[in-house]
Design a protein around this ligand. Structure first.
Ligand code: NAI
Length: 396
């Protein structure tokens, strides 16, 4: 079939297999070119099919020759209906990994559930023995609690008072003011239940109880800080509370891992266009200004550049891992540098519908957004008939 993008707001309902394949190949190429990383050999990535999780899986496999198990929640294709991008990404990732003789198997289902944790345990026991590294990279709007069955929904709201600021509709380029009502009722608790650290700890506790963690085991979850500009809706909003909880959980997990010399880290990553970040009001305008400046300075990075640098310059250097005053790894250092932030703040004041395509990188934003779904990828012929029914080898 011929597959075209069908967007609804910040969601794209279709995905292109060949574009996803090319994206995966480009990321693999990048990691290989950067050279060998003396990293973990048996790696579990939770949230492995898109964004930072996919980049982590690719960096582990093609940077360190790791065997990888990826857990994610994606839709396979049906006749005339393309799969979700994470499904295609994983299918082509596995294909490339297997070509190089690398072990790569995947589990598609709800990572918050006991069933998927059990399936993962069985797979590790059967195939890998022990795990050296767990990357926790879930981004989800909902979580059904495995014990109580309660369904929590996360929200992206400020806390205390309404927040009004500029935002952009990245499809049309229209800059407008948006007002977001503050959290009410159980909004904060619900968001923490979905995006906080409880499930991360459950995963590590379960793996430890089953004796599946190797000596010197590491686990890393991803967080975000960002600038003053986005604080009310991000770091000081409901999602920020969840990130506070995630960050605090790293210390709890580290305590539990002392006996095996293991450690849990949070890495604060750069703002990037992913399915998760497109959904947050105000952030797309910030990102389009940020990208313009970082590209002009030659310091722009995407997910793969971020994670390759996280592995090669922070996690696996052989030296002590540098941490900030709150005990976090910072790979958002370039985004947060004073000169970059001063320039973004200045442009923020000036940004209008009329000038955004000039002073911001709206094109780059849009392009990255469509790339997430395998569209607008260089070298792909979108007029060509493609088979939407692609399988993930290990799930066949
Ligand atoms: P993403 O939306 O690209 O990836 C999310 C992954 O989680 C996908 O593989 C998806 O299949 C999986 N997933 C979602 N719900 C699941 C479920 N119930 N069971 C199993 N898998 C499930 O997200 P992105 O942006 O890569 O985010 C990953 C982490 O990085 C999040 O913690 C996010 O807060 C953090 N982060 C994101 C930044 C950004 O700008 N995008 C910046 C800094 C941190």
């Amino acid at each position: 079939m011929i597959i075209e993008p069908k967007t609804r707001g910040f969601i794209c309902l279709t995905a292109h297999p060949m574009g996803c394949e090319q994206n995966v190949k480009n990321q693999i190429e990048y990691v290989k070119k950067k050279g060998v990383i003396n990293g973990a050999k048996n790696v579990l990535v939770i949230g492995a099919s898109t964004g930072f999780g996919l980049a982590s899986r690719i960096t582990s496999a093609f940077g360190s020759g790791a065997s990888t198990i990826g857990v994610f929640f994606d839709k396979p294709a049906s006749e005339g209906r393309p799969a979700s991008p994470g499904f295609y990404n994983t299918a082509f990732f596995e294909k490339e990994a297997h070509k190089e003789g690398l072990y790569a198997k995947s589990i598609n289902g709800d990572a918050f559930s006991n069933e998927i944790k059990q399936q993962t345990i069985n797979l590790i026991k059967n195939d890998l023995g022990k795990i050296d590294l767990v990357i926790y990279s879930l981004a989800s709007p909902v979580r059904v609690h495995p014990e109580t069955g309660v369904r929590y929904k996360s929200v992206l709201k400020p806390i205390g008072e309404e927040f009004t600021n500029k935002t952009v509709d990245f499809h049309t380029g229209t800059v407008s003011e948006v007002s977001i009502k503050p959290a009410e009722g159980d909004d904060i608790e619900n968001t923490v239940a979905v995006m906080g650290g409880e499930d991360w700890k459950l995963w590590i506790d379960t793996l430890k109880n089953e004796d599946l963690l190797a000596d010197d085991f590491k686990t890393v979850a991803y967080s975000y800080v960002g600038p003053k500009l986005t604080e009310p809706v991000y770091r000081k909003g409901t999602i920020g509370r969840a990130k506070d909880d995630l960050e605090a959980t790293a210390f709890k997990i580290s305590d539990d891992l002392k006996e095996i010399g293991g450690k849990a880290y949070v890495s604060v990553n750069k703002a990037l266009v992913t399915q998760a970040s497109s959904a947050i009001p105000v952030i797309p305008l910030y990102i389009s200004l940020l990208f313009k400046i970082m590209k002009e300075k030659g310091i722009h990075e995407g997910c793969i550049e971020q994670i390759q640098r996280l592995y090669s310059e922070r996690l696996f250097t052989g030296n002590e891992i540098p941490l900030d005053e709150k005990g976090r790894i910072r790979i958002d250092d370039l985004e947060m540098s004073t000169d970059v932030q001063e320039e973004v703040a200045k442009l923020w004041e000036e940004a209008t519908t009329e000038n955004l395509s000039k002073i911001g990188d709206l094109e780059g934003y849009k392009n990255d957004f469509f790339n997430l779904f395998g569209f607008k990828v260089k070298g792909v012929d979108y007029d060509k008939d493609v088979n939407e029914l692609v399988n993930i080898p290990s799930l066949q």
